[in-house]
Design a protein around this ligand. Structure first.
Ligand SMILES: C[S@@+](CC[C@H](N)C(=O)[O-])C[C@H]1O[C@@H](n2cnc3c(N)ncnc32)[C@H](O)[C@@H]1O
Length: 259
């Protein structure tokens, strides 16, 4: 799902990432003088936001996808970017003041282990923060996509729609994950961001390439079924003519490593 070119991801959900990254830095209380780790850094939107506050030399990114890691290196050349996974973070205990993961924990094979690892590499008193889209609610791009897919293909789309398959998309569930790794002062809050599109084609273009779960579903359809889905999706977004903007809500959990 995330092994294709990073440019396609950046036109898809990654379009929201730079703004979400700035909101996550605020929510986590990132401030100059800290060393930060971004777990599941993808193409580097959060690495860039962290570098803007901390300086690139104080920012590390980690992602299992080599093309994404390469894109993050190109985006923030002086940051340290490594290939690796959240469940086995290749860094020392207490190496960072803060560890963030943006739109990642719902993709982990073992999220509880991922959180234990993020806590391990963060110093006592440091912050561990992570966000997940509100898939079943106000993440308009994906929510409307799956509503359209279920309308035209109820049997095929319902079992794979992200509001069914993604864990931690509800605030209580995300909070429970943070508490499960003994993080203290846990707080979950909504982060709402926007992205702009030139027209509906600009929004639709990444879907048939197979990026992310919604793209994988679209790519699995025959051309005729894709065209039906595209029309229903456009209809549900109000048949936009020309440029438009969509908003997206993510839930963000913030917790502190105990002393
Ligand atoms: C939705 S993307 C988010 C990328 C980036 N954080 C952003 O906000 O644009 C999910 C990312 O999680 C990464 N990922 C998947 N499994 C992972 C794992 N086990 N450990 C760390 N990252 C993982 C993917 O490679 C991908 O870059």
């Amino acid at each position: 799902m995330f092994t294709g070119p990073a440019e396609i991801y950046d036109r898809f959900v990654g379009r929201y990432s730079p703004r979400l990254a700035r909101a996550m830095c605020d929510a986590a209380g990132v401030r100059p003088g800290q060393r930060a780790l971004d777990v599941g850094c993808g193409s580097g939107a959060l690495v860039a936001a962290l570098a803007g506050v901390l300086g690139a030399e104080n920012v590390t990114g980690l992602d299992p996808s080599e093309p994404f890691a390469e894109a993050a290196r190109a985006r923030v050349p002086n940051a340290r970017i490594q290939v690796g996974s959240a469940e086995s973070i290749p860094f020392a205990d207490e190496e960072f003041d803060t560890t963030l993961s943006q739109l990642v924990v719902n993709f982990l094979t073992d999220p509880e282990q991922g959180l234990r690892e993020m806590s391990r590499v963060t110093r006592p008193g440091g912050v561990v923060a992570g966000s997940v889209w509100d898939y079943g609610g106000e993440m308009t791009l994906l929510r409307t996509f799956w509503d359209a897919a279920v309308a035209v293909d109820p049997q095929g789309a319902t079992p794979v729609m992200e509001s069914h398959t993604m864990r931690f998309a509800r605030p209580e569930e995300l909070e429970e994950l943070w508490r499960s790794s003994a993080l203290e002062d846990v707080d979950v809050s909504p982060l709402v961001v926007e992205a702009s599109y030139d027209d509906f084609d600009d929004l639709w273009a990444p879907f048939p390439t197979g990026v992310g779960p919604a793209g994988a579903y679209t790519a699995s359809l025959e051309a005729e079924a894709q065209a039906l889905l595209r029309d229903e999706y456009a209809r549900r977004l109000g048949e936009p003519e020309g440029a438009f903007t969509l908003s997206a809500r993510a839930w963000c959990a913030v917790g502190r490593v105990g002393d």
